[in-house]
Design a protein around this ligand. Structure first.
Ligand code: ASP
Length: 706
């Protein structure tokens, strides 16, 4: 193959006119004019138009060209010519020229495509017809999807971002060190992906949730400056923009403080964003966790627009408005924000029927109070209950003027007021188009609480290796523990957390105290972190670091909302790979070899749960307990479903087969009241007591937006 003399499709301009060239690539699009055939030839550099005409190419070449179809892989020789006036194509970089073909070899053919790949119209002025393609189909044929220029551009740019990171850290004296993939659990708040060991039956490696422990060990080893572009694995609940495996830019340094990390990362992010043509403002802003939560309802604030919260609890301390009165009586809070000049867009109907009744309850608040400002006064369905002083104070506190709309939320829980207002802030911001698209507002969030309360007690807000703001606390005193702050920091841009890290604990006793506060027994600490704590006996240096989520950073720089767009072979939203069909069942022999057939004395075969007890599984999946007396009926419904599934599987693709159907009677049934343990929530209103919004017999859940 004559690759040495090859030219690239996307690199021609008028100075190449007259050159004889050889090109390799794929047929992006074709236009057949009977005797003349035009094709767009595409390689990784771009697209050029080729012309097959009997005037310049032999009959045999023209015959071969006539069988070309989209995505055939070909090599063509020809001469670069200037296009005649009026036939230029502004959609492609090489639109001033075309290559008149003299020779053609078809290197391989392509089947009809599952979806169109071409992104460039062949005729100036013609609109390119793009079809909506399901993401799963794109992922199933990812190798074709990746041929699209947009996807190629994403991956080329991603390569540039990685290169920028490596050059930057190299210049700063950081070295890239690889850390193990088959390792022991690293706590970052998710479940581990486990890998069974054949050599150590019934023992498992954990895939790293992050290289946290190893990077700290590298500091103890004296490398002082480490970084790594590395894969991390977290088995978390499915969310639209999450992947089970993702890439972190992980780093750690010794003898440093927060200011070192901020300076290092600011300069890096500025360079990385420049690759996407984005200039980040410097220096980055700073906000404490408390400020962020109190003014925007979240520790990932989107600072591209205002709508900051205003405290009004004190204004209503003697109110006669009964809803506020009751809430304040229960120790509650009232906060709100002013949507300046929005009364034209937020009618009474929208405020009352959409926001107060539907949208805000979806954010978890019981309701919302709204007021529009007209003729220098507050106007709403409840203002009549506010005293003159309350009305005046509200006007002053919000800086209210005619045309403004004030929205307030009251609740006994301060964190609920903040989070619900935070969602409302974003909703209103999007609805009224208040969020400028080409603006970037980076902010460091600092002074996080060290611990947070969870269903199982207390947990680290970041991870247990984060240094607290003070060391003289009593690990047995929950109140004192909840008052501790950490030396952690997050970097947030436009409401997205792009990374985070902390200054670490480097004293063994302090680390032990944290484990104790987290209620880990000595034995658990020894089992999980014994090796790590041992290392702390050998002169650990003070150190700290951070990790950036590279997929999110790349997606933001490349202005796409989904991290799947900047990942070559991502899983879909259900953590499934439509291309390779992973995860998949494995052979019985493999399980046997791994010692997985008899774990803890139970003889489990692959898919054994179907055989063993579908009812228990169903009960577990649906979170509904099933009593013995109810089993036979459910058993027979399941048997019907299985029969149907087997029938469908056996006859899939069989054209002669009559359409099959199966109908299950659907009927809500409440359990017999005479049963020994009647459910206390039998009464539907009880059942919906805590539901955010109820309509008739059902309750609504908040819309999930990507
Ligand atoms: N290991 C942390 C994480 O992956 C980041 C850090 O603290 O450096 O979130």
């Amino acid at each position: 193959m004559n690759y040495r003399g090859r030219s690239y499709c996307g690199r021609f301009n008028l100075s190449d006119v007259g050159r004889d060239v050889q090109l390799f690539g794929w047929v992006d699009a074709l236009r057949d004019h009977g005797d003349i055939l035009f094709i767009h030839l595409r390689d990784r550099s771009g697209i050029v138009q080729m012309v097959f005409s009997p005037e310049y190419a032999s009959k045999e070449i023209c015959r071969q060209a006539s069988i070309l179809r989209n995505e055939f892989c070909i090599t063509v020789s020809g001469r670069v010519t200037e296009r005649s006036k009026g036939t230029e194509n502004p959609f492609i970089e090489t639109g001033n020229i075309e290559v008149i073909a003299t020779d053609l070899t078809i290197l391989s053919q392509s089947r009809a495509l599952p979806f169109s790949i071409s992104e460039k119209a062949m005729v100036a002025g013609a609109a390119l017809v793009t079809e909506a393609v399901s993401e799963d189909l794109r992922l199933q044929y990812r190798y074709l999807d990746l041929r699209r220029p947009t996807m190629q551009d994403f991956l080329f740019k991603r390569h540039q971002l990685n290169k920028c990171v490596r050059e930057y850290f190299d210049a700063k004296g950081f070295i890239e060190v690889e850390t193990p993939m088959l390792t022991k659990s690293t706590p970052e708040g998710a479940r581990d992906y486990l890998v069974p060991s054949r050599h150590h039956p019934r023992h498992f490696y954990a895939l790293p949730q992050s290289p946290q422990l190893f990077k700290q060990l590298l500091m103890i080893s004296g490398f002082e400056r480490y970084y790594q572009l590395t894969r991390c694995f977290r088995d978390e609940d499915l969310r639209p923009n999450r992947q089970p495996e993702f890439t972190q830019l992980d780093l750690e340094a010794s003898f440093i403080d927060e200011a070192f990390i901020f300076e290092l990362i600011e300069a890096l992010l500025v360079r990385m964003f420049e690759i996407g043509g984005i200039t980040l403002p410097q220096p980055f802003s700073r906000m404490t966790w408390q400020e962020a939560v109190e003014s925007t309802g979240t520790d990932r604030p989107d600072l591209r627009f205002g709508l900051r919260f205003v405290e009004t609890t004190d204004i209503f301390s003697h109110t006669r408005y009964s809803i506020f009165k009751q809430i304040l009586h229960r120790g509650g809070y009232i906060k709100g924000f002013n949507v300046k000049g929005a009364s034209q867009h937020l009618s009474k109907n929208i405020l009352q029927n959409e926001y107060a009744k539907e949208i805000v309850p979806g954010f978890g608040a019981k309701g919302m109070t709204w007021m529009r400002v007209t003729h220098g006064k507050l106007d709403s369905n409840i203002v009549q209950f506010f005293s003159e002083t309350e009305q005046r104070s509200v006007m002053e506190r919000f800086g209210a003027e005619n045309g403004d709309v004030i929205l307030m939320i009251a609740d006994p829980s301060r964190s609920l007021v903040n989070t619900a207002l935070g969602h409302l802030r974003l909703h209103v911001g999007h609805r009224l188009d208040m969020i400028p698209q080409d603006t970037y507002c980076p902010v460091w969030i600092t002074d996080f609480p060290l611990f947070e309360v969870t269903d199982n007690g207390i947990a680290s807000h970041h991870h247990p290796f984060t240094a607290p703001d003070r060391t003289d606390f009593d690990p047995e005193n929950p109140e004192e523990l909840m008052s501790l702050m950490s030396r952690a920091y997050d970097i947030v841009i436009n409401g997205e957390e792009l990374g985070g890290g902390s200054i670490r604990i480097h004293q063994k006793e302090l680390q032990q105290k944290i484990f104790q506060a987290l209620n880990l027994s000595d034995q658990e600490v020894e089992e999980k972190f014994g090796f790590f704590l041992n290392a702390f006996e050998y002169g650990p240096p003070p150190h700290g670091g951070l990790a950036l989520g590279m997929d999110r950073v790349a997606a933001m720089i490349l202005k796409t909302t989904s991290i799947r767009e900047v990942t070559a072979f991502p899983k879909n939203r259900s953590a499934f790979c439509p291309l390779t069909q992973a995860p998949a069942e494995v052979a019985h022999e493999q399980l046997a070899e791994l010692g997985l057939l008899d774990i803890r004395g139970k003889q489990e075969l692959p898919g054994a749960w179907h055989q063993k007890d579908r009812i228990d599984h169903l009960s577990w999946v649906s979170r509904i307990g099933i009593r013995d007396g109810e089993r036979p009926e459910i058993q027979s419904a399941i048997a019907d479903a299985v029969r149907m599934a087997e029938h469908v599987t056996a006859h899939a693709g069989d054209r002669e087969q009559e359409p099959a159907f199966s109908v299950f009677a659907l009927e809500n049934r409440f359990r017999d009241v005479s049963c020994p343990d009647p459910c206390p929530q039998r009464d539907i209103s009880e059942l919906f007591k805590n539901a955010p919004a109820v309509k008739g017999d059902y309750f609504k859940v908040a819309t999930i937006l990507e």
